[in-house]
Design a protein around this ligand. Sequence first.
Ligand code: RAM
Length: 343
Amino acid sequence: MRKGTILFLIVAIMLVPVTAIFAAAAPEDDGVETHAFIFKNTGNPYGDKQMEGFEDGIVEQGFEAILRAPDQPTAEAQIQIIEQLIAQRVASISITGNDFDALQPVLNRAMDEGITVISADSAVNPASRMTHVNQADSEMIGRTLIQAAYDMADGAGDIAILSATSQASNQNLWIEWMQRELEENADKYADLNLVRIAYGDDLRDKSVSETEGLLQSFPDLEVIIAPTTVGIAAAGRVITDRGLIGDVKVTGLGLPSEMAEYIENGATPYMFLWNPIDVGYLAAFTATALVNGDITGAEGETFSASRLGDFEIVGAGDGGTEILLGAPFRFDPSNIDEWKDVY
Ligand code: RAM
C-alpha cells in the first residue's frame, strides 16, 4: 500500500465517527422552521380539529407543523414528547396541558434552549409559558353551564358534572366557576344540588362507565353537565341507549358533529362550544409572532392572526397573560344542522 493511500485511510477512519456524531446531533430539519402542537391525548376529534387549525396556520406561513399527542392524557406522557421536541430543536411548542404545574421543569428547559412555549385550550402555569390561547372566557363558560342546568332542571333537583381528567386545568377552572355561580347565588340555586363531580378522563369507555355510575348512584338525577366533548358525547349515548331522553338532560361543551344526534333526539336540549379549528389557528399565529419577536407575551401587545384578524394580549386570571379567541356559541335544534359538518 502506498503511503498516500494509508494516510487517506487513517484520515477517513478518524472522520467517520466524527461525522456520525454530528449527524446524530443535527436537527431533523430540511431547513424549514418547525412548530409543534401537543394535544392531551389521541382519539379525541376535538383535539384533531384543534391540530388541523394549527397546521393550517403554520403551513399558511410557509413553515412545517409537527402534531403530537400521547395515548393517555397524562403529564408524564407529554413530558416525553416535549423532550423529543427539544432534541429536534423545534422553533415553538404549543401545548394543551394535561397538568397545570407538572410540565414546568421540562417546559422551562425548552425555553432555556430558545424554544418558544405557549399553551392553548388547557393552560400550563404562567411560569411554564410565554402566553396562553384561551378559547373563551372561563368565568362565562362556568356560569353559563350552571344556568343551563338550572333551566333544564326547572330550578330544582340533583345535577352532576362529568369532567375530563382531575388534573385538566381548563375543566378545573370551569368547574371552579360553576361552583362560584352556585355559591354566589345561593338563593336562586337553593333547590339545585350538585351531587358529584365524576372524571371520565376524556376516554370514551371511562366516560360511559362514569355516566352509568352517576345514574346508578343518583336515580333522581336531572342534569349531567359535561364540560368536555368526549364526556358529553358519552353521556348523550348512554341516556339515548337507556331510553332516558327527557328524564336526564345532558348539557356542556360538545362538538356539533358528535352531538347532532343527541340535540336532534332531545337528550341535549342545548350546549355550547367555540370553533376548535380557530383555537389551533390562533395558536399558530401566536407562536410565530413570538418566534419572530413581534410580541413577547406581555399584556397590551397586539398581533395579527391572518383570517381571524388582530388580537391583543391581556392579563389572565392565573396571573399570566392570555389571548382570548371570543365568545362561545350556543348549539340547539335551530342551528345544529348548519354546524354539524363544520366541526
Ligand atoms: C375535550 C378536551 C378539551 C376541551 C373540550 C371542551 O375535547 O378536554 O380540552 O376544551 O373537551
